[in-house]
Design a protein around this ligand. Sequence first.
Ligand SMILES: [Zn+2]
Length: 130
Amino acid sequence: MNQASDPSENESPTAEKAAELQAQQQAILRKIGRARIRLLVCCWTLPVYIIGIWILLDNGRGIDTFMFVYMALSAGFALDMSLRRCPQCRQQFFVKSILLNLITRQCVHCAVAIPAGNRGNAPLDQDQQN
Ligand SMILES: [Zn+2]
C-alpha cells in the first residue's frame, strides 16, 4: 500500500489553532495601530488647522464648518481609539483609568505590543484564499 502522506496531517490541531489565534491577534493589533496613527495624524495637523482658522478669519469668512469638521474628526478618532480592546487581556488597549495614552505602542494593561512597520499595507478585511 502506497499511501501518500500529507506532512501537514502530522501537525497537532492544537498548534494549528494557536497559530490561527495568534494571526487573529496580530490582525487586531494592526487595526489598533492604525487607529492610533489616525489620531496622531490629527494631532500633527493641529498647526495646519490653526493656520487655516487664522487665514479664514483674516478673509472674513465663517469658520464654523471648518472647526466642526476638525473637531468631529478628532473626537471620532479619539473615541474609536479609546474603544479598542486588547486581543489578549480584553481591556481597553490605550485607556487606563480615564487617561488615553497616545504615545504607547503597548497595551497599558498587559503590555502586548503593536507590531512595527504596518503602515499602508493591504486591507485586512479582504477574504483570505485557502
Ligand atoms: Zn492587554
